[in-house]
Design a protein around this ligand. Structure first.
Ligand code: ACO
Length: 429
């Protein structure tokens, strides 16, 4: 970052302070208010952090007004078309796309870490069979910190890198086993002859009793879904990982914190919520009444898969997801899918409706991802888990960047206290 030479002069009563305007490579300039408490004796109030840049980052850039998403400068459309998910993971971690040799070497390193310690198998048995797989993910990924703690030195670059590689490699195994556990099927071990996406599908769907051949169209779609969810700047779960990491906590525990934050329906749980919503609507005749309910502020109902904190034009990932959705449904011979029909009709009505147009609410990445995943045979409860598998690369890249930042300090927001003033406990109590 650099200064623009421009500053904002703020006068508060007797005091005056100047705050410099900083500029990055792209995007809006930011007002540097780091000295506001020292100079003016006040804090800023910004619930939800919508107006606050909490860190400097070189990983991902989003222009919500123009519908642009760049990872290390590369547009998401090009990455989804021309790169594989491990290549995108490499890009996020190291800053450059790998050449063919580096890409093969990276995949090989990832493959050498896909197995879980056999003791981790026992973790699964501690959960109820009907546990939500995100609960199993939170517990088991957090549990990894018990296996990788004493040997981890986050001040050491090689140690940080090893933690990142272990997480990227092991997360699909944990995710697939969470699924296998809840359906009562035997765990399927990772296969090093398969790609990252193929291996995930194999661990999800293979059974020891019969051969399993991965469908290349579905593997490519899975790879693309992973790419589209790999990172998204300082969203709620990434900020959670950074905040947890800022205390110097174990990186596996930090990723478990990110998984917890991702779980909510306003964030990663939205694709699951989209399918539930479509099932609830049931028939296209019920769409107008549903839309009316969404527009009624007292109903508490939102159109799931619509709207985004940052994208106020369109979500570029949603376009790619829509195309992938058609590829998958074609490949699987699914014609006239009632859910897809409903989704298309809902989108058509919503994008023309003044309520949504006025508020710049467009379909987000989750609107179509749920339909693709359902068509692939992935149960609804696993949708957010898949998101966590992909986002682990973004989380750990952001965690690494934060730890490596000179002068990195603990994250500690302030508050506007509105509780009781000081009082004494009455003698009668
Ligand atoms: N349906 C109906 N109305 C909506 C929706 C929606 N999905 N989203 C926003 N609005 C309305 C709000 O009621 C508000 O209206 P008002 O100005 O009349 O009060 C206005 O649009 C602005 O909404 P905010 O809540 O201030 O927008 P914010 O940026 O905070 O919320 C969010 C973004 C949480 C994603 C929201 O749009 C939402 O809840 N969407 C549905 C859930 C969803 O799809 N989440 C996935 C996000 S993408 C991701 O995590 C990968």
């Amino acid at each position: 970052m650099s200064t623009t030479g421009v500053s904002a002069k703020v006068t508060l009563g007797e005091k005056t302070a100047e705050f410099p305007l900083l500029t990055g490579t792209l995007g809006q300039d930011v007002l540097d208010i780091r000295r506001i408490a020292a100079d003016l004796d006040v804090f800023t109030f910004d619930p939800g952090y919508g107006e606050t840049a909490a860190c400097e980052s070189k990983i991902t850039f989003i222009d919500g007004e123009k519908g642009v998403l760049l990872h290390r400068g590369y547009p998401i459309e090009q990455l989804a078309e021309r790169a594989t998910f491990p290549e995108v993971a490499y890009l996020l971690l190291y800053g450059e796309l790998p050449d063919k040799a580096k890409s093969a070497e990276f995949e090989q390193v990832i493959k050498s870490h896909t197995l879980l310690h056999e003791q981790i198998r026992n973790f699964f048995n501690g959960f109820r069979r009907d546990a939500h797989p995100m609960a199993i993910m939170c517990g088991t990924v957090g549990g990894l910190s018990a296996f990788y703690h004493d040997g981890i030195d986050i001040s050491n670059e090689a140690s940080r890198e090893l933690s990142a590689l272990r997480l990227i490699a092991k997360i699909p195994t944990i995710a697939a086993w969470a699924y296998k556990y809840t359906v009562g099927e035997p765990f399927v071990y990772p296969r090093n002859d398969l790609t990252y996406a193929e291996n995930f599908l194999s661990m999800m769907f293979a059974k020891p009793s019969e051969p399993y051949v991965v469908n290349p169209v579905l593997a490519r779609a899975m790879d693309r879904i992973l790419i589209l969810h790999a990172d998204h700047e300082q969203n709620a779960s990434t900020s959670t990982v950074r905040l947890a990491g800022s205390t110097g906590a174990n990186p596996f525990a930090c990723i478990a914190a990110g998984i917890a934050a991702l779980w909510g329906p306003a964030h990663g749980g939205a694709n699951e919520a989209v399918l539930k919503m479509l099932a609830e609507i049931g028939h296209r005749d019920n769409i107008p009444a549903f839309i009316e309910k969404v527009k009624d502020k007292n109903s508490g109902v939102r159109l799931m898969g619509f709207g985004h904190r940052v994208y106020k034009n369109f979500d570029p990932r949603a376009k790619i997801m829509q195309a992938t959705c058609h590829e998958v449904l074609n490949e699987l011979g699914i014609k006239d899918d009632p859910l897809l029909d409903l989704a298309v009709e809902l989108e058509r009505i919503a994008v023309e409706d003044e309520y949504f147009v006025k508020r710049k609410l467009y379909p987000n990445v989750d609107f179509y991802s749920g339909i693709i995943l359902k068509a692939m045979g992935i149960p609804t409860s696993m949708f957010t888990v898949l998101f966590a598998v992909a986002r682990t690369t973004g989380w750990i890249s952001q965690w690494k960047e934060m730890i490596e930042e000179p002068g990195q300090r603990i994250g500690r927001p302030r508050q506007l206290y509105t509780g009781s003033p000081r009082r004494d406990i009455p003698a009668s109590l």
